[in-house]
Structure formats: structure tokens, C-alpha cells
Design a protein around this ligand. Structure first.
Ligand code: SF4
Length: 305
């Protein structure tokens, strides 16, 4: 059995369910307050019209169909036996009909949980109570919150229209009700130094977060970031730089933090730069090698299921 130097999502699911569990990424047709004018217009500088998601809803593929197709594919490809409905695109606690949409994803008994991706400024007591209801029915429920960076200058530059204080407020409220929180952060944001990226990871290490997703910033078509890149005003991280930052961030996190993602996953036809972003396997391999070379680990060794 292979050993991992950090707590993977697969090993966490195996501990909880005793079998292979996979998330099914969904586009439920939500929007985002940073696009509809409530908070901002145009969105974050790296986000395209699909809201960092699959674009399935615009193709009129219902939540039920997305779930069934996803389960079928993931069952065959990874031998997954159970599934988590992952509301990924846009801000999935923003809008009406939340309950109807979440309910629709629970297509059969193989769906054992919900993971809801959103912004820190789209959380309130009613939403948290709704999530608690699913938890009380026996579903695993996670909230995935996009923070990206703790640095005010960065958040302003990338047009996030929320603050680190918004994040802390939402985290406290969610955790008070016993909902686990996975935080999304991005390395390689414009103007951020190595030290600033590590500060974001260290800051989170001292909070009660349950999971984390790391992304490398990549440039996709039809975004403001693409214009900056074309004008030479933005340089993406090199693969080696990113791998080094990830390793330094990983070892700062408590050993029980679930590492849900270590690198971004751009659509090939949307990617502008850097091309190494498509080499997910290679990036993960380099992370393993550097952890081994530097003899670093998150807290203890984990078995890879
Ligand atoms: S908050 Fe998410 S969906 Fe909204 S603009 Fe930013 S990346 Fe896109």
C-alpha cells in the first residue's frame, strides 16, 4: 500500500465510508453577486462566463442528468461506489430554490453527501440551517469557501469584492453549526510574493478549517487576466515555483486538514497559459518528489487507499 505525506481526500472518504467515494461536479444554474452587479460586475479577473465550472446548465443538462452521467462515468473510471454532489459553478448559496436544487442532486442512495461551493459573503443563518438539515438526515455536508488570498491588496486587484474579514465571519458562523469548511486558495495571484502566499497558508493553519483546495492561477480565454497576460503585466508561476510553494504550505497545515486539491484543472480548450497546468499528473509527481527530497510531510504519513 502506497504512503502519502499529506491527508488526501480519498483517504478521508475511505475512513468515513469504507469505500471509494467521488465528487460529481455540478452546474446548477446559479449566478454570482460579483457578476450580477450586487457586489461587482465582470467577476474575478480570472473567471470566465462559465463561472469556474462545467457550463452544463447552459447546455440544458438538468442536475439529475449531470448526477447520473457523473456517477456512471466515475463509477466506471475509478470504481467509485458512493458519490458527493458537488455544487461547483458560480456561487451555490446565492439565489432562490436552493433546497429544490440540492434535493434534486440526491438521485439515489449512492449519493451520500453535498459539497457546496460559494463565496464568504453568500452565507447566512438560513443557509447554514438548511445545510444542517441535510446533515441531520445523515448526509455528509461540506461548505467550500473561496478565499483565494488573505491579502487586501490582492483581493482588490483580482476584483473579488469581499474581504478576509467576510471570510472569518462566515467561517465562524458555519463552524458554530458544525458544518465542515474547505477553503479554496490560489497561488500565483498577480503581485504576490512567495512570503505572502505562505502567509495565507499559515493564517489558515491557525484557524479551524477542515479542508483546503490549492489552485495555481492560470490564464483562461476571455478574461481580464488574459488581457493582462497579453500586455506582459502578468507572469504565471513556473511549475517548479508552484511545487515549491505547495510543499512549504502543506507542511504548515495541521495533520488532520484534508487536502482536497493540490493543483488547478483547466479545460484544455480554454487555457491560454501556463501550459504546464495541463500536466496535473506531472505536478503531483513533482510535489511527491520534493516532499521526499526535503523529507517534509504534513504531520504524519497516510495510507493511499
Ligand atoms: S466569485 Fe467565483 S463565480 Fe463569482 S466571479 Fe469570482 S470566480 Fe467567478
Amino acid at each position: 500500500m502506497e504512503l502519502k505525506r499529506y491527508r488526501t481526500l480519498n483517504s478521508y472518504f475511505k475512513e468515513k465510508f469504507g469505500c471509494r467515494v467521488h465528487k460529481v461536479a455540478l452546474d446548477a444554474g446559479f449566478t454570482c453577486p460579483n457578476r450580477d452587479g450586487t457586489k461587482g460586475i465582470g467577476g474575478c479577473i480570472y473567471c470566465n462566463f462559465a463561472g469556474s465550472g462545467t457550463g452544463a446548465y447552459k447546455k440544458s443538462i438538468s442536475i439529475t442528468e449531470q448526477m447520473k452521467e457523473g456517477m456512471n462515468y466515475l463509477g466506471k473510471r475509478f470504481k467509485a461506489e458512493k458519490f458527493i454532489a458537488y455544487f461547483q459553478s458560480f456561487s451555490n448559496t446565492y439565489g432562490r430554490d436552493l433546497k429544490e436544487k440540492y434535493d434534486e442532486s440526491l438521485v439515489d442512495k449512492r449519493v451520500v453527501g453535498l459539497s457546496i461551493g460559494t463565496r464568504p459573503d453568500c452565507i447566512n443563518d438560513d443557509i447554514i440551517d438548511l445545510l444542517v438539515n441535510y446533515q441531520n438526515k445523515g448526509y455528509m455536508v461540506w461548505l467550500e469557501m473561496g478565499l483565494q488570498s488573505i491579502h487586501k491588496r490582492t483581493l482588490e486587484f483580482i476584483n473579488r469584492h469581499h474581504s478576509c474579514e467576510d471570510f472569518l465571519f462566515a467561517l465562524r458562523k458555519t463552524k458554530e453549526k458544525g458544518i465542515p469548511v474547505c477553503v479554496h486558495i490560489i497561488f500565483g495571484l498577480p503581485g504576490e510574493s512567495f512570503e505572502e502566499m505562505i502567509e495565507t497558508a499559515t493564517f489558515l493553519a491557525h484557524l479551524s478549517i477542515d479542508g483546503i483546495k490549492f489552485h495555481n492561477l492560470y490564464v483562461i480565454k476571455e478574461t481580464p487576466l488574459e488581457n493582462l497576460w497579453k500586455e506582459g503585466k502578468y507572469r504565471p508561476l513556473e511549475q517548479e515555483e508552484y511545487v515549491n510553494i505547495i510543499c512549504e504550505a502543506l507542511i504548515r497545515l495541521p495533520e488532520d486538514t484534508v487536502i482536497q486539491r493540490l493543483t488547478g484543472d483547466p479545460a484544455k480548450n480554454e487555457l491560454v497559459a501556463p501550459h504546464w497546468s495541463l500536466d496535473k499528473k506531472g505536478t503531483l509527481q513533482l510535489i511527491e518528489e520534493l516532499l521526499l527530497k526535503k523529507n517534509l510531510w504534513q504531520g504524519k504519513f497516510y495510507f493511499k487507499p
